[in-house]
Ligand binder design. Structure first.
Ligand code: ARG
Ligand code: GLU
Length: 720
């Protein structure tokens, strides 16, 4: 009797907490089985089949991987694609110059002829996904050594891909789920002619900049518009002037009805990486070793870059993308560390681990299976820790010097040229690629920044790593320059050909003996080689550890499932299509403070500061605000909503993801998480974790009223 009531109570608490906020990124294929009932309970009016179907057009057919790391969605029958401003940032930057500063001023194609071509940019549709666990794990016996197992898995994957290959340009990708306990196969169709249609000025699209990044309450109009083009058969094609706008199987309907607190929402897109099932030792390594080194090195780089940007508008454009992406990780890791500490995540995991050890004592069968897992983890992580530190310095300090990481790109061609038998076509191909990479490197390179950074990073590297663990090249710096890094750096930049665009280009054009000789004795190249040797040494030395950990992760995942047999587990994010659902909601960030679930244009006016680039408000926007000229996009009180917060579990990669209401209509674009919730890639706190969404009404208001590009809104399907 007592037992039943406890179980009932447990059930109730789990159930109610799940109703207010829901952790998890769910596989569309199993939505009907695992989530649909609960989603309906929470208010959803559509079915799992409306969301993912292989027989009928469903929402999935309107969602793409945008570029390599974001999500985008189709919002018209003419291939119009919506994503974040920060996802299109690289493209907007690449079309920008002092004369046409689209980053600062925005860009709007007033007809299709004005849309801008973006070489290399893709939009990838998921055609279908299938579970292939049995096929991938065929012939694998649990006793198999991890490396052999890996080989067999790779072999099975290769065979599976070959067996399913089609000659119609469909890409096949097979990925592990639940740490390799299950596998899924994905069929993708990749469109390659994607043109820029519109982007607001940065003081809308990136309003608040890196200061407001990862924060709620937020006022960023983080969107940009592109268009997918296809050949005359609506099929993917390389860029051609005569390509036509793509007609998608499905495009999203847009709701102008807005959101209220408590409304059901879901996010559908491509979350990149989460690690929710880690052992405590791993979380300790991340928060106490990795994150602090990364944060420290990036603080140095960012301070120097930003100072130079403030002095010169050309440099501001050149370094815009680099700073945005460096700052993004830099800030997230700080929030992550704070959140993990606040939640006592390491201790709590440790306690759970001890409970599992007790549980095993009472379950001989489980003990036989898993007794080694936790002790083994403890041992391997202790061994891994010094290598992790060396690796972080290699990446964030060594490779943080732009000149050196640029020089490292020449390593492959040099290796190829040193072979006895030369493969001319291969070398030619490499030279063509490098030629392009020279041009793009110098377009966004400002040497004084790099020199200042190099001096500081070398010093940090030298102090941070034990002398015997430093890359060999440091011996040279010590001998020749007595560790006077300033002196060494001026020599490096004076001597290296990698600072000279024209010389390097013409030398590469011949890629002969002279090229080989010059590059090989170049100091930047030599330094880069020494770094590469170091990273290979680290990789080799930690190979057994990482493969041991891979096996442990798989076992530990299964162990957690056996320990909590009634819990429904979701797989960690792995940049495959997922659905997260929750509710529009505010939160209490700290004692006595409550954050509302939405922001308005009033807040933009409150944050306005004409002296700070990211907080400038254009007169035109002020005028619209003062005249309350919001058209059909105002809320019921006549205000202009900007963003809203909700309890959907999202991560990097979910940027640009559509956010839907209960009817499956688009209500916003996901673009961030809140500061108090940035640890959700490792531990989720339903009380604190919120995703941040740009309200679709603000986006349409900017397109229509601010930019005067109402013809784009006319393409869309609005529900008023
Ligand atoms: N934090 C968001 C994400 O992880 C937005 C990043 C871009 N914005 C910025 N200010 N750097 O991608
Ligand atoms: N801004 C992130 C992205 O680029 C999404 C925010 C997050 O990490 O949740 O994907």
């Amino acid at each position: 009797m007592k037992r039943i009531s406890i179980i009932f109570l447990l059930f109730l608490t789990v159930f109610t907490s799940q109703l207010s906020a829901k952790e998890g990124m769910w596989i569309p294929l199993f939505l009907g089985e695992l989530n649909e009932a609960q989603m309906k309970e929470m208010g959803m009016n559509i079915t799992a089949e409306d969301i993912y179907s292989i027989n009928n057009a469903s929402l999935k057919d309107a969602i793409v991987i945008f570029g390599r790391g974001c999500t985008g969605e189709l919002i018209s029958d003419q291939g119009l694609l919506l994503t974040n401003h920060h996802c299109g940032y690289g493209q907007i930057q690449s079309h920008s110059s002092i004369e046409h500063d689209y980053l600062t001023d925005g860009f709007w194609a007033m007809d299709k002829g004005e849309e801008l071509v973006n070489p290399g940019l893709t939009a990838t549709f998921l055609v279908e996904m299938r579970e292939v666990t049995e096929e991938v794990l065929k012939g694998i016996d649990e006793q198999l050594d991890e490396k052999k197992r890996d080989e067999l898995v790779k072999d099975n994957i290769k065979k599976l891909k070959e067996a399913n290959a089609m000659d119609n340009g469909i890409d096949i990708v097979i990925k592990p789920f639940f740490s390799g306990n299950r596998y899924f196969m994905f069929f993708y169709e990749v469109y390659k002619d994607i043109r820029l249609v519109g982007a607001p000025p940065s003081n809308i699209g990136k309003f608040g900049g890196d200061t407001d990044n990862w924060m709620w309450p937020r006022h960023t109009g983080d969107f940009s518009l592109f268009r997918i083009y296809a050949d005359e058969n609506n099929r993917p094609a390389k860029y051609a002037k005569d390509n036509v706008p793509y007609n998608p199987k499905k495009h999203l309907k847009i709701s102008l009805q807005g959101v209220e607190k408590g409304d059901f929402t879901f996010v559908y897109g491509y979350p990149g990486t989460t690690r929710e099932y880690l052992v405590s030792d791993a979380v300790k390594l991340i928060t106490e070793e990795e994150n602090p080194i990364k944060i420290k090195m990036r603080t140095i780089r960012l301070d120097i870059m930003k100072a130079a940007q403030n002095l010169d508008p050309k440099v501001r454009i050149q370094y815009a993308g680099k700073v945005a992406s460096l700052a993004n990780g830099w800030k997230k890791w700080q929030g992550e560390n704070k959140g993990i500490k606040r939640m006592n995540a390491i201790e709590n995991k440790f306690i759970k681990e001890n409970e599992m050890i007790k549980w095993m004592d009472e379950n001989p069968e489980m003990k036989a299976k898993y007794s080694d897992v936790i002790p083994e983890y403890r041992k391997l992580y202790a061994e891994l820790s010094p290598w992790t530190k060396q690796y972080q310095y290699y990446r964030e300090a060594g490779m943080g010097i732009e000149l050196v990481s640029f020089a490292s790109r020449f390593q492959n061609i040099i290796e190829e040229l040193e072979k006895e038998e030369l493969d001319e076509t291969k070398i030619e191909e490499m030279a063509v690629k490098l030629d392009k990479s020279i041009a793009s490197f110098f377009k966004n390179y400002y040497q004084p920044i790099d020199e200042a950074i190099a001096v500081r990073l070398l010093d940090e590297y030298y102090v941070g790593v034990d002398t015997e663990d430093l890359p060999d090249y440091f011996t040279f710096i010590e001998k020749k320059y007595k560790n006077d890094f300033k002196k060494y750096v001026s020599y490096l930049f004076e001597k290296s050909i990698f600072t000279q665009q024209d010389d390097l280009t013409s030398l590469l054009a011949k890629h002969d003996k002279k090229f080989l000789k010059t590059i090989k004795k170049d100091p930047a190249f030599q330094f880069s080689q020494s770094l590469t040797n170091k990273s290979e040494e680290i990789k080799e030395a930690s190979e057994d550890l990482t493969s041991g950990l891979q096996g442990l992760d798989r076992a530990y995942m299964q162990m957690q499932m056996d320990y909590q047999p009634t819990e429904v587990f979701y797989p960690d994010a792995n940049f495959t299509m997922r659905i997260a659902y929750g509710q529009v909601d505010g939160y209490f960030p700290r004692d006595g403070v409550y954050y509302e679930h939405f922001t308005t244009l009033d807040g933009i006016m409150q944050k306005e500061n004409p002296d700070i680039y990211d907080y400038v408000v254009k007169d035109q926007l002020k005028k619209l605000y003062q005249e309350k000229d919001f058209g059909a996009y105002a809320n019921k009180e006549g205000q202009m909503n900007v963003c809203f917060a909700a309890s959907n579990h999202t991560t990097g990669g979910n940027s640009g993801s559509p956010v839907f209401n209960a009817d499956g209509h688009l209500i916003g674009i996901n673009f961030d998480r809140n500061w108090e919730g940035t640890m959700s890639d490792i531990v989720y706190d339903p009380d604190q974790c919120r995703n941040i969404t740009l309200d679709i009404r603000y986006c349409l208001f900017i397109i229509d009223k601010f930019a005067g590009a109402g013809h784009l809104v006319e393409e869309m399907s609005l529900i008023k």
